[in-house]
Design a binder for this molecule. Structure first.
Ligand code: SAM
Length: 315
């Protein structure tokens, strides 16, 4: 087995769960009978609109559903398998697994029966390490996108452990950098960037949902931050970031691409874990438009992430 195949195998648990969600919600019972729009589906099954959008768009990326115009459909070949009342159906098995799913989440009960101690898990350091892994050369490409704008002061909002700034410092030591995150995360970033103490690297502990960014920068970047927030919060973050941007400055948003399998599953993951979602290009373009910004360029930073660069309209 190749590393990439192992990666896919393990993350397929999200894809499997997406299909189970759909079985549980009764999506296939409706869609195996006729093609429906999102509004029809939501209306018939009395579902939450945003969550259902994320789910059906994920199923499209997984090729379980097809989208024709505004209508979603189940391919003819899959109908007998996904309906609950047909010979050859796996829907009842899936429903069974969907209801047994939570048993799969508790490792200690089986591998250390009778012991209360959890398998070692420090949430914060695990999160920091996970953020560094599995994205290949995303930060290399994102750094290239930023430097192409010829900035003097780059502010990274939701900088995490500082890997993007470290990447930038590898080639551009003469710029000013500011990392913005929670104080405890910035401590990790300070450790990672300790070799660069003598350069103009600044750390600003700030909650970007709660307050405007009080800096003056010609380049503000945010990577994999917005997806952790619901729409009103994501809009507030964008507005708070724009406050710190020079009139002719550039705002760069690096996020998962919802038009890919990985990006769509990440959106479902965000919904399940924080009630949020990955914002697609069109949604971001609309939010930026409301703030008086327009997208001026976009580049892929991995096969499943892309960076949008935006400036104030007319600049
Ligand atoms: C998913 S990580 C992304 C880290 C890094 N930008 C990357 O792409 O690898 C999101 C980061 O945003 C930070 N963050 C979350 N909410 C924030 C807030 N309200 N204000 C500032 N930072 C926040 C988290 O602490 C975390 O470091």
């Amino acid at each position: 087995m190749k590393p990439q195949e192992l990666h896919q195998l393990v993350f397929n648990f999200r894809a499997a769960r997406a299909v189970m969600f759909a079985v549980q919600a009764g999506l296939f019972e409706e869609l195996c009978q006729e093609d429906l729009t999102l509004d029809e589906l939501v209306g018939r099954l009395e579902l939450h609109r945003v969550s259902t959008t994320i789910l059906v768009e994920t199923l499209v990326q997984l090729n379980v559903l097809n989208k024709q115009g505004l209508r979603y459909r189940v391919a003819q070949d899959l109908r007998a398998t996904l309906r609950r009342d047909t010979e050859g159906s796996i829907a009842n098995l899936l429903l069974l697994d969907a209801n047994h799913w939570s048993n799969w989440s508790v490792a200690e009960d089986f591998f250390r029966p009778g012991q209360d101690t959890a398998f070692a898990y420090d949430r914060q350091s695990n999160f920091a390490a996970a953020m560094q892994q599995g994205v290949g050369d995303m930060n290399v490409r994102l750094a290239q996108v930023l430097l192409a704008h010829e900035p003097r002061h780059i502010v990274d909002v939701g900088s995490g452990p500082g890997l993007l700034i470290e990447q930038l410092l590898a080639t551009a030591t003469d710029l000013k950098y500011t990392l913005v995150d929670f104080a405890n995360t910035l401590e990790i970033a300070k450790g990672n960037l300790s070799d660069y103490k003598h350069f103009d690297v600044n750390f600003l502990a700030h909650d970007i949902v709660l307050g405007k960014l009080e800096v003056e920068a010609d380049c503000i970047v945010t990577s994999r931050l917005l997806m952790g927030f619901d729409e009103p919060e994501a809009k507030q973050i964008l507005a708070n970031m724009c406050h710190g941007l020079a009139r002719d400055g550039v705002l760069v948003i690096n996020e998962f691409d919802t038009q890919t399998k990985v990006g769509a599953l990440m959106s479902l993951d965000m919904l399940v874990n924080c009630g949020a979602r990955v914002y697609g290009r069109e949604q971001l373009a609309q939010c930026l438009d409301e703030l008086g910004f327009e997208i001026v360029s976009e580049q892929a930073t991995t096969v499943f992430t892309r960076a949008l660069s935006a400036k104030r309209k007319g600049i």
